[in-house]
Design a protein. Structure first.
Length: 730
């Protein structure tokens, strides 16, 4: 029904004869004067920022076949990703300069943290249709934004409403892909502007059980309340409904097992699904008391519900190739989160000095109810199983469905969480000379979580647990402007709260002797600029990071002799180092041609990493972390063949990575070719057609996952996909 309404609206708009008179023109070169805000919280030209930062324009991402969240990281040096159960952006594993897990980067929308119930970035809930550009900062920025910005920050910046424009786009492609969007923006005289955008997407998916449907409605108003005061209001409603395919089991030597129906088939239990809906509303007021002093106050509220989430988690202990069986756990979850955020910043500029200071407060309340399905019971009769669902990968049948210990949706957790974060920061920028600028700053954060675990008959008596900690994050940088651009040296510290998932705060199951945040110290030197009168633009960075006190779960030693204490223990330890280099070149040999080449090399290593288990400690010091590609290459070429035809080719290559903690298997490398064209004849009067084919060579590739010393599963990457997008602007 939604698609019918979208098509009807599209037809009405396309029938309107009032298209703007536009002349075809060559595609523009990358803007040398892009202004960015994320790295310093102030609007500065990209060439003057003392940090490694990339800017991705949403229009270009869509031209290159943007499909899922995480596609915005393609072509960004130092970043690779894998997709786990779900095949899309439901469970992305993004590695920023070697980061692993969910403690990699902080997601922001217009500078406001966008963090989920498990302290992870909410990429699947970003309102991409409302986003104008994405600023990706590599290196810790906790000194400005607080927790989570440990390896970097990704700021999704919404579009400006200050123009008279009506836009429409219709996309169609492989596997039943359809997407329609319509937007209208109007200037409100000289006092501001208003924007309304609606998008709808329906994708049947290339795998069984991979359909997705997304509806997004976004509005934004900017009003000048006076010559020195501006008010900005934004609101977004998102309804996202995904099906979630499973991974495919691996053999002991890392080969993908041939399963019934092949890589497109769904082998699992039940109808896996992730349905979420939510609203984000924000208000920002900016006032300049004088040319030297201004303040900005921001408030945001968001409320997200996941009323129906059913997943299959891979169970490595249930893999039995002698019976052609692999196993999953059936997991059902209902989650809701309500977040209030407020921030005030002040900026003072006098001569060579600029001071930026601010304070923020965030409070979130989360409710979670989870249940599990499968063969359950730690007795001989039940097989000492934890919700085991055995699947015959030759037939797809559930092998143990009739076992007497097989249960459906057995409650396991009923929790309420209240989290509070507050912090203050200051940053001083001193332009020592016309060429040399120094920046120093720091931020203090205090954070607390109170978890109430409700009793569940036969499982837990419930209880409460409160954990609290704080962190200080300093930063310092020197920037020197040269004839070709600038060079910089920077130091920064980032931190993550280490709260972990809510179930880790169940006092019956887990013991926490303390809460210690994980921290990272980062050292970086870099240079960016242009040579040969703008023919060549370059960006280079050399960095070293050291992360301390990552959170770990180990068996509680006290539980060996006392069954009344929690069986698991939360500890904090380990040292993790990464050294790396990032290089990017943009060459424009002619007015109509743009060439880009990028290379990233990472050298990550566990300096100290010991896991304690029931069978004793296992020392993984000196190994490479799982899922981090050491080398990444990105090449692109764009050419304006005629005033109405622009072509683009993109080649990506990702190196192998360690699949298991003991590094017994390294694989997963792959390459992708994307081809695209934009057609915009003068006679079309405001219309353009984008054609793109992703994975043009139709490579069969997989994202691999493993445990301590055994391989677990792989998720297949999408095959060749075609997209066609018709755009209209008037």
């Amino acid at each position: 029904m939604r698609s019918r309404y979208m098509i009807s609206a599209a037809t009405a708009l396309l029938a309107t004869p009032a298209f703007a008179q536009t002349e075809p023109a060559a595609e523009p070169a990358p803007d040398d004067n892009v202004v960015v805000v994320t790295a310093t919280r102030t609007a500065r030209p990209l060439t003057e920022v003392p940090a490694s930062i990339s800017v991705q324009q949403t229009d270009q991402l869509q031209r290159d076949g943007f499909t899922y969240g995480t596609d915005e990281f393609r072509g960004v040096t130092g970043i690779s990703f894998r997709r786990g159960e779900g095949d899309g952006d439901a469970f992305p594993f993004v590695s920023v300069r070697g980061s692993t897990g969910t403690d990699g980067f902080l997601a922001l929308i217009d500078g406001v943290p966008f963090v989920g119930a498990l302290e992870e970035p909410l990429l699947s809930d970003v309102p991409y249709d409302a986003i104008e550009r994405v600023e990706i900062v590599k290196g810790p920025v906790s000194a400005l934004y607080g927790r989570g910005a440990i390896y970097g920050a990704v700021n999704y910046i919404t579009r400006s409403p200050r123009q008279d424009r009506i836009g429409l786009s219709l996309s169609a492609g492989s596997d039943g892909y359809f997407r329609g969007s319509a937007s209208i923006s109007r200037r409100l005289g000289d006092a501001g502007g208003a924007l309304l955008s609606v998008s709808y997407e329906n994708n049947e998916g290339w795998r069984e059980q991979s359909r997705r449907e997304v509806l997004s409605i976004f509005g934004k108003v900017e009003l000048d309340l006076g010559p020195r005061t501006r008010l900005t209001l934004t609101g977004n409603y998102l309804d996202r409904d995904y099906e979630l395919p499973n991974g495919i089991p691996l053999t002991a030597d890392g080969r993908v097992i041939d399963v019934v129906g092949g890589r497109e088939n769904f082998l699992g239990f039940g109808d896996t699904r992730d349905h979420s809906r939510g609203f984000i509303g924000s208000a920002r007021i900016e006032h300049a008391f004088s040319d030297a002093f201004s303040i900005t106050v921001t408030g945001q509220h968001r409320d997200y519900d996941r009323p129906e989430v059913f997943l299959n988690f891979y169970d490595a202990f249930g893999f039995d190739p002698s019976r052609n069986v692999f196993a999953v756990n059936g997991f059902r979850n209902e989650t809701g989160q309500s977040v209030w955020f407020g921030e005030a910043t002040a900026r003072y500029e006098s001569g060579a000095h600029t001071i930026l200071a601010g304070a923020s407060y965030e409070e979130s309340r989360t409710r979670t109810f989870s249940s599990w399905s499968g063969q359950y019971g730690f007795t001989p009769d039940c097989g000492f199983a934890f919700y085991l669902v055995e699947i015959d990968y030759r037939t797809g049948a559930i092998v143990n469905r009739n076992h007497p210990c097989f249960v459906i949706d057995q409650p396991q957790s009923d929790q309420r969480e209240a989290q509070r974060f507050f912090g203050g920061f200051i940053q001083w920028e001193w332009r020592i000379t016309d060429r040399l600028t120094a920046t120093i700053g720091g931020r203090y954060d205090n954070f607390r979580r109170l978890t109430t675990t409700n009793p569940i008959t036969g499982l837990t008596d419930g209880g409460t647990l409160e954990i609290e900690s704080d962190a200080f994050s300093p930063k310092a940088a020197l920037t020197y402007r040269t004839g070709f651009g600038n060079i910089y040296a920077a130091y920064g510290r980032g931190f993550g709260s280490n709260f972990g998932a809510g179930f880790e705060n169940d006092p019956v199951q887990y013991f926490r002797p303390e809460l210690k945040p994980t921290t990272i110290d980062s050292y970086e030197i870099g240079a960016r600029g242009e040579l040969l009168n703008g023919l060549v633009r370059f960006d280079a960075a050399l960095f070293y990071t050291r992360q301390r006190d990552r959170r770990q779960i180990i068996p509680n030693p006290a539980a060996e002799n006392d069954f009344s204490v929690p069986p698991n223990l939360i500890t904090f330890g380990s040292l993790y180092d990464v050294r790396g280099v990032e290089l990017a070149l943009t060459i424009r040999p002619s007015r109509d041609t743009i060439l880009q080449a990028q290379y990233s090399h990472l050298d990550p290593v566990w300096e100290e990493f010991v896991l304690d288990g029931f069978s004793g400690p296992q020392d993984f010091s000196g190994t490479t972390p799982r899922g981090v590609a050491r080398n990444i290459v990105y090449l692109s070429a764009q050419h304006q063949f005629t005033p109405w035809l622009n072509g683009r080719a993109v080649f990506e290559w990702y190196d192998d990575y360690a699949v298991t903690l003991d590094n017994a298997l390294e694989t997963g490398g792959y390459h992708l070719l994307t081809l695209g064209a934009r057609i915009r004849p003068p006679s079309w009067r405001g219309l353009s057609l984008d054609l793109v084919v992703t994975n043009a060579l139709d490579e069969d590739y997989y994202f691999y996952f493993g445990g301590t010393g055994s391989n677990t599963y792989a998720t297949p990457g999408p095959p060749r996909q075609f997209r066609a997008t018709l755009r209209a602007d008037f």
